[in-house]
Ligand binder design. Structure first.
Ligand SMILES: [Zn+2]
Length: 110
């Protein structure tokens, strides 16, 4: 089956798995709204990241950390992850500030 390489990060705050664009320095978690940065980011990188957040109009002050992993995923799996992220975003918007409700993050390739 045809697969596509995808970079996945896991939010250290809520455990939600999601895609990450390696050309970006951070991503706002669609589930808990923390700004996720790489665990390996140095102090000066973090300062840059915070400046970038301001430029992007990101208001979150909470940071979450993640390592990234690269998976070979099928088109179906990618579609499923994207759908989950959209649903998380919707749920997060409707239940403002209420965190993930103790749900387990989805398992990849298990
Ligand atoms: Zn999160």
């Amino acid at each position: 089956m045809e697969t596509i390489k995808a970079t996945i990060i896991t939010c250290s705050n809520c455990g939600f798995d999601q895609f990450f664009d390696l050309s970006k320095k951070f991503k706002v978690c669609p589930s808990c709204s923390h700004a996720i940065v790489m665990r390996t980011a140095s102090g000066s990188e973090l300062k840059d990241i915070k400046d970038n957040m301001k430029l992007d109009g990101v208001v979150t002050k909470e940071l979450a950390y993640s390592d990234y992993r690269t998976y070979s995923l099928t088109v179906e799996e990618i579609r499923e992850l994207k759908k989950l992220a959209r649903e998380k975003k919707k749920a997060a918007a409707s239940k403002a500030y209420k965190l993930h409700g103790g749900k387990k993050p989805m398992r990849l390739l298990s």
